[in-house]
Design a protein around this ligand. Sequence first.
Ligand code: 4AD
Ligand code: MG
Length: 505
Amino acid sequence: MHHYIQDFSKHDGQEVTVKGWVANKRDSKTNIFIVFRDGTGFAQCVVNLDDVGEEQFEQAKRLTQESAVIFNGTIKKDDRQIGGYEVAVSSLEVVSTSEGFPITPKEHGDRFLADRRHLWLRSRRQWAIMRVRNAIIMSIHEFFQTNGFVQMDSPLFTGSACEGTTDLFATDFFGEPAYLAQSGQLYGEAMAMAMGKIYTFGPTFRAEKSRTPRHLAEFWMIEPEMAYYTNEMNMDLIENFTRHVVTTVVEKCKLELETLDRDVSSLESVKSAFPRVSYEDSIKILRGEVEVNGKNAITLQEEDLQAAKDAIVAANAKIAENEKVIKGGVKKGKRNYLQSQIDNLKSDIKVAEEKVRNIPKWIESAKNFPDGEDFGGSDETVLTRVFDAPVLVYNWPTNIKAFYMKEVEGDPTHVKGVDLLAPEGYGEIVGGSERETDIDILLRKIDEHELDEKDFSWYLDLRRYGSVPHSGFGLGLERMVRWICKLDHIRETIPFPRRFGRLFP
Ligand code: 4AD
Ligand code: MG
């Protein structure tokens, strides 16, 4: 039997055996300090010369990063250490040694790390992200399972397009042309007529040749579909669901989010009501023509721009001051401290400089936003900035949305679609709608979207036999992970990302 780091609080003061790997190591004459990881957590193990004897002390000294090792020792509470506990080692057994592990504590480039994703996953940051992902998945199932939804698996080989024909991955299905599923929705609709409320949880594929920080070619989507639901009920569900997932994960993943330096106070915004804005109102807000609670979208960006410029001036002044002190001659400890401050300030400046480069473009795009267009990433950032919670934008222009969305009564130029836009620049994380039930409208739309009616004969049957109002939505799992963890890029949200230009490892 052995013990796991995540259970250390239950074994305070006891003898334990832990099995894992060396994440990091620091030596002194009589002690070796090892940051040890076992998959469930990180903890410091201290090997003392007198405690383990000469031979094992020498073995411990030779341990390299990622060598596999088993320690026996005693757990001691120590709040200063990672995880709050430390192991005083009494004996050790080296399982295997690792030579020249390529990912060291120093900084590495994005491509270098992506090429070594199979090893990068062991780092503390990736460990934290994957655990948050796991908690999100659990909380999603928990929400639906306790609210009367039946989980269904939709097919991944399909004969037709659901979300438009431009980003399909074509493949060959025993000689028949087939596509990898962009969405499970149409099958979800069939299942909802059989089960009432369902949700899919599976991989989806989009051949989008975009290298943006929020697009994957293979991502996991959660798609609930509910019979007898209007789009208003759909929006209530999106709101309750999002609130459940975010609050549960913030509660469960304190350590992980702390490891990621995630300030969770902004995630608390999900506790307040989500503003609901029609598309037409949202573009007026975006252009700065209409204010929200006294806040103007354009003015806010101008203020953010000025704040970024001021931050650069202040940081440069502080750097100059520190450099002057260092030049004047100071003790090593103080010098290191000042130098690390300089390094931090320099990375702050990089962030601020990027804002100074971007915000003027965002303002231009927002001010001149054309009627009836889809939002770009920066438009979502500018729009959500005026709100204090995630925003639901509903009633979208018909011609930028999928064929199956229900027309607004008396206004065929708009459909009952809804997007949930996350704050802090994370943008669309959910897309959904009420579904069209009028078979004639559907036939016309299928034609207008240049889809083949034959492929949809089964789907149209749902409107022939006991058709009812129904709605649903799709959550992009990786978009949710990215927002909750506050990651710059979606590539870190999934163990092995598949995106344009990346199929290895
Ligand atoms: O808005 P989308 O395209 O909607 C659908 O697929 C509908 N069938 C959903 C439904 O009503 N059942 O995609 C839904 C969500 C987006 O809001 C986004 O979070 C995510 O899927 N998504 C992507 N995530 C990562 N990479 C991509 N390329 C994505 N495309 C969409
Ligand atoms: Mg969408």
